[in-house]
Design a binder for this molecule. Structure first.
Ligand SMILES: NC(=O)c1ccc[n+]([C@@H]2O[C@H](COP(=O)([O-])OP(=O)(O)OC[C@H]3O[C@@H](n4cnc5c(N)ncnc54)[C@H](O)[C@@H]3O)[C@@H](O)[C@H]2O)c1
Length: 372
């Protein structure tokens, strides 16, 4: 088992990563408990595959549990399920000193973390992430929240977990498409700050995809180390944490344009967004043309979506996509802000990026398809 510390003063916690961690969950969680009882919130797909193992592990350590399984999918991250989850936790008589377990992918982590943040003005919670995306990204760093009619993740709170248990064995049941979507975030860490890690991914990415436990352990651990380091230095995104948004300005516009449907999963949008961010960096003369080509080559070799043409169905034109970027909550004072790169592993925050350059990159990317 690997351990990565998230250093945030009295809100510090550990991310533990390894195979078989669900089977050890009881002993890992027991030291946090003031009484031997936890409430688990999960979703139906994860519950069907992994909940019996979790409850058995808790029981073996003498910990009683009750579980609520919400419907799976992004649509669950809404007001209705926030109310349902929070009221269920109250019915379970969860108190200030108790611990709630969030057992699922990023949807459950975000929703249950937010519920824990507002329940009795804040109760502790443990993240048990079950997707690659949740293990390398959403379970670490304390951003929690829900979606509303106005957009994604617009309502939420910073609420750090007390512990994260990332069991890489549960990734074995994850569908390949969801695995690759999470891999988009793994690649992002290499691209934003660790060229050697990206080089290793180029070599060992296929082994990671095929399920090699040692390769998966290394990929998750290095990703978490990078996220933990950035979050420890900039918890509330005043500066450096923005680097984690590499590819996200493009991604958010594409997610909006595709209606947050399964035409484009979040991590797929991040991967395409990274290729566009590197194309934009090359166009602005910040890096050589070989760098975007290398990014694209790796994503293509992994069987991932690389181009706008890989997104099924019609997309709006460049101007409409830029307008969708303007609605992004990361826009500061109405200016378009991008994470650009001076090369692989050398990302930085760029304010005031010329709109013409963005338009030209999108026009290139859209060429060959008919804008609607
Ligand atoms: N808080 C953050 O910092 C942060 C960062 C990135 C993304 N997010 C959020 O994360 C969410 C996306 O997370 P996600 O990709 O994990 O989505 P998800 O939770 O919907 O999981 C993806 C799919 O995998 C299934 N699944 C989960 N674990 C499984 C397993 N072990 N075996 C089989 N199937 C399994 C789910 O039922 C679902 O169909 C988005 O809402 C996004 O906004 C949050």
């Amino acid at each position: 088992m690997n351990r990565v510390a998230v250093d945030l003063g009295d809100r510090s916690y550990e991310v533990r990563i390894g195979p078989g961690l669900i089977a050890r969950a009881g002993e890992e969680i027991a030291p946090l408990l003031r009484r031997p009882r936890v409430a688990i919130v999960t979703e139906e797909t994860v519950a069907a595959r992994h909940l019996p193992a979790l409850t058995a592990a808790l029981q073996a350590a003498g910990i009683a549990s009750a579980a609520l399984a919400l419907p799976p999918g992004e649509g669950t991250k809404n007001w209705e399920n926030l109310a349902r989850c929070t009221e269920w936790l109250l019915e379970q008589k969860v108190e200030r000193r108790d611990v709630v377990l969030a057992f699922g992918g990023g949807v459950i982590g975000d929703l249950v973390g937010f519920s824990a943040a507002i329940l009795r003005r804040g109760v502790r919670f443990v993240q048990l992430p079950t997707t690659l995306l949740a293990q390398v990204d959403s379970s670490v760093g304390g951003k929690t929240g829900i979606n509303t009619a106005q957009g994604k993740n617009l309502v939420g709170a910073f609420h750090q977990p007390s512990l994260v248990l990332a069991d890489i064995s549960v990734l074995d049941t994850l569908p390949d498409r969801d695995f690759l979507s999470g891999y988009g975030e793994v690649v992002k860490y290499g691209l934003l700050g660790d060229a050697a890690f990206f080089g290793w991914l180029e070599r060992d990415g296929p082994a990671i995809r095929a399920g090699d436990p040692a390769a998966r352990l290394r990929a998750v651990t290095r990703s978490v180390e990078m996220k933990a380091g950035i979050v420890s230095r900039d918890e509330t995104e005043e500066g450096e944490r923005a680097l984690l948004n590499l590819g996200h300005t493009f991604c958010h516009a594409l997610e909006k344009a595709t209606g947050y449907s399964d035409r484009l999963l979040h991590g797929e949008g991040v991967a395409i967004g990274c290729t566009l961010a590197f194309a934009l960096s090359a166009r602005l003369g910040l890096c050589s043309q070989e760098e975007p080509s290398r990014v694209r080559a790796h994503l293509a070799a992994m069987g991932m979506k690389v181009d706008l043409a890989d997104i099924p169905g019609d997309l709006p034109g460049a101007e409409a996509l830029i307008a969708l970027m303007g609605q992004d909550k990361k826009v500061v004072d109405g200016r378009l802000r991008f994470i650009l790169a001076r090369g692989i592993g050398r990302a930085f925050v760029a304010e005031d990026v010329p709109t013409e350059a963005v338009r030209a990159v999108l026009d290139d990317a859209l060429s060959g398809r008919r804008p609607t």
